[in-house]
Design a protein around this ligand. Structure first.
Ligand code: UGA
Length: 456
């Protein structure tokens, strides 16, 4: 079989998306230059260590660093040395709109570098950006700073990324589809060639605007499922004898959700987003849904459903506090244990994590808060005591609040039995059964506190 020619690619921004893109494209045989303004990050990367906790990333980085992956802070040189440049910088939500500051900066710096380049180059927007950004914002900046013309001297594509934190390497290497929004045939063909090693993966070729919206549609859909499940769960919490987990599990069995093939049911991934819980967090869903709602407003389109998705989610961590207050109305004279502070298992990312909202709220009430997380070891601006092990936390506290579904937290019932059977468990991810512990509370289940186990 003829081997695909390896391509020279630079990636601007070494966050989750940028670093994973770079390392995985290196795994596919390409030559990669990672660019970041943060010199410390680049030093870490060049030492073969990932600055973020992500399954499999360290191993892949060690395999490729200084062979076909190189880190640098020198963006112009990276552009000179490569033929394709991915923009993978952050696109935060500034409270009102998507903040395109980093996109604009990256585009301008790449454009300046392209001014002195004689060969054809393709710029690819990988960051999540609202529809129109590639064409209306990135293109004019690139053209004015490079004094060159798109379609003639260089190409521009939009290529959204669908990886999940914690599964990022696997998701990137085994994508469901590759979406390429290209401004012309030459740039689309050049980017298609970058993905030649992803044999069998459908490639959707479309406009830059549609590519941008495909990404938001995906995140908005899954966030909507979560808020839907949580709205049903919150109703269940008001009712006697109705457990939201049971309701959802029965609902999942509808064949329009769980199809049958040869008498075997196929459990689809979307049911992972239809569980009662303490709400979604992370660096993507909250910012992206907010950005899409703001963008809709700009287009004179009120996004009524998505506004509600945000509203339900903003209130969801408070359900955990409401369960705690059933026992301890003022959070006084008790030790509260938080199990898991990352927004989901497999990551050390605490951005918009429901646990962080609750910790800040507890801090306002001067509550005694103890925290254990397998990877997170500090929380900025929070007054908490970290325990080294889950055992220590369980021995210490009166209430165990579970915010993250780390598989290791399945040991909670055994640890409680051994060390602290009277402690109350408040399960924010519904990972334990209500009979697994003596005093159980969970999102979406109405259990009255029969016996107060300790004096409040
Ligand atoms: C999400 C999308 O799933 C990816 O496809 C997308 O590429 C990524 O955002 C992005 O835009 O970069 P991610 O934020 O890593 O990925 O996390 P998910 O695994 O999708 O979970 C998001 C949040 O939903 C987590 O806080 C999780 O705990 C929460 N969740 C999930 C619930 O609250 N309830 C559920 O039933 C399921």
């Amino acid at each position: 079989m003829q081997q695909m020619p390896k391509q020279k690619i630079s990636v601007v921004g070494t966050g989750y998306v940028g670093l994973v893109t770079a390392v995985c494209l290196a795994e596919k045989g390409h030559y990669l230059v990672c660019v970041d303004k943060d010199e410390e990050k680049i030093l870490t990367i060049n030492a073969g260590k990932s600055p973020i906790h992500e399954k499999g990333l360290d191993e892949l980085l060690q395999k490729h660093i200084n062979k076909n992956v190189f880190g640098t802070i020198d963006l112009p040189q990276a552009v000179q040395q490569t033929d394709v440049t991915f923009i993978a910088v952050g696109t935060p939500f500034d409270g009102e709109h998507i903040d395109l500051t980093y996109i604009r900066q990256a585009a301008a710096e790449i454009g300046h570098a392209l001014k002195n380049k004689s060969t054809y180059h393709v710029v690819v927007v990988k960051s999540t950006v609202v529809p129109g950004t590639t064409y209306d914002v990135v293109k004019p900046i690139l053209e004015s700073t490079s004094q060159k013309q798109i379609g003639k001297d260089f190409g521009l594509c939009m290529n959204p990324e669908f990886l999940r934190e914690g599964e990022a390497v696997n998701d990137f290497l085994n994508p469901d589809r590759i979406v390429i929004g290209g401004l012309d045939e030459q740039s689309t063909a050049a980017l298609t060639a970058v993905y030649a090693g992803f044999v069998g993966t459908p490639i959707i070729k479309t406009s830059t605007q549609a590519a941008e919206l495909i990404k938001y549609t995906s995140n908005a859909f899954f966030a909507t499922l979560i808020s839907f499940a949580n709205e049903i769960a919150n109703l269940c919490s008001q009712l006697p004898n109705v457990d939201a987990m049971e309701v959802m599990e029965a609902f999942w069995l509808d064949r329009r959700i769980t199809p049958m093939s040869d008498k075997l049911s196929v459990r689809p991934g979307l049911v992972d987003y239809l569980k009662p819980g303490c709400g979604f967090g992370g660096s993507c869903f909250p910012k992206d849904i907010n950005a899409l709602v703001a963008y809709g407003k700009q287009q004179q389109k009120k996004m009524t459903l998505l506004e509600s998705v945000i509203e339900v989610n903003n209130l969801q961590p408070m359900q955990m506090l409401a369960l705690l207050q059933k026992y301890f109305p003022h959070f006084k004279n008790i030790k509260i244990g938080i199990l898991g502070v990352a927004f989901k298992p497999g990551t050390d990312d605490i951005r918009c994590s429901p646990a962080i909202h609750v910790i800040h709220e507890l801090n306002k009430h001067d509550a005694n808060v103890y925290v254990y997380d397998p990877v997170v070891k500090t929380i900025p601006a929070a007054n908490v005591v970290f325990t080294d092990t889950m055992e220590t936390l369980i021995k210490t506290v009166n209430v165990v609040m579970i915010f993250t579904a780390w598989p290791d937290f399945q040991r909670v019932p055994a640890l409680l039995t051994a060390y602290n059977p009277k402690a109350i468990v408040i399960d924010g991810r519904r990972i334990l059964g209500k009979k697994d512990v003596l005093h159980y509370e969970g999102i979406g289940i109405n259990l009255s506190p029969l016996n107060l186990p300790i004096s409040a």
